[in-house]
Design a protein around this ligand. Sequence first.
Ligand SMILES: NC(=O)c1ccc[n+]([C@@H]2O[C@H](COP(=O)([O-])OP(=O)(O)OC[C@H]3O[C@@H](n4cnc5c(N)ncnc54)[C@H](OP(=O)(O)O)[C@@H]3O)[C@@H](O)[C@H]2O)c1
Length: 238
Amino acid sequence: MSLGFLGTGTIATAVVHALAPLGHQITVSERSASNAAALSAAYDNVTIAANADVTATADVLFLGLMPDTARELLPKLPFRAGQRVISFIADLPLSEVQALIGPAQAESLVLPFPAIAHTRSPLIAYPESDLVAEIFAAHDVFAMASEAEFKAMLSAQAVLSPVVQMLLTAADWAATQGAEATKAQDFLRSLIAANLTASPLAPLLASLSTEGGYNARLRAHMDSANSFTALKSGLDAL
Ligand SMILES: NC(=O)c1ccc[n+]([C@@H]2O[C@H](COP(=O)([O-])OP(=O)(O)OC[C@H]3O[C@@H](n4cnc5c(N)ncnc54)[C@H](OP(=O)(O)O)[C@@H]3O)[C@@H](O)[C@H]2O)c1
């Protein structure tokens, strides 16, 4: 499959790292020149071209642009009937993408995450698409049933950053108490990843609720400090 990327920024670069090893012919736009050059140097099947040439040559196009750039750039590009476009642009509804790409088909709005460059990773997609499922078969595509569900998960995924901040805070705290700093981070990352992978959330929480135990006491403390209420109001405000 011939794949083209308009915008070679953070997320497009991560996705190229995920897809290039599969052997697709990939063209990336010449913007973010250092990213484009590194990808082309790393993979024989990745080449660099101007936006118009990326658009002209690809069967499937990925949009790794900011919304205002997309609004200005896309109507000038030579999209054609039969091409399919997968947008990563979280804040641009697919209906608006469709209006900007003329005869091509806006296939799905897909949110990958940077970890996809290195490992199996979840993505959210709306609407569900066989093409997206095929291209990202090595990953976990969560198809959203409605635009509302997509928007809800777009906000909910932001919990990742506070979770990482909590782990960093706990590792830093452990270091002040005599733990080796890198070991503390490695242990906490492994602990959280293993437990979350092994169990759905409610049973996991139940198993971490031994009365008087360390987990139960810390959670109660954070609850009494309104940490979870703050999380909910923060999600409401996004
Ligand atoms: N970062 C994430 O984790 C993530 C995850 C899912 C979805 N997204 C979505 O992906 C989109 C891009 O995010 P990002 O984090 O990857 O941003 P980014 O790193 O700033 O990438 C934006 C890209 O657009 C390029 N660009 C700007 N003007 C252009 C033009 N006229 N022609 C071609 N390319 C142009 C930039 O090139 P220059 O560097 O040369 O200006 C850059 O390569 C956003 O809409 C975001 O919502 C991001």
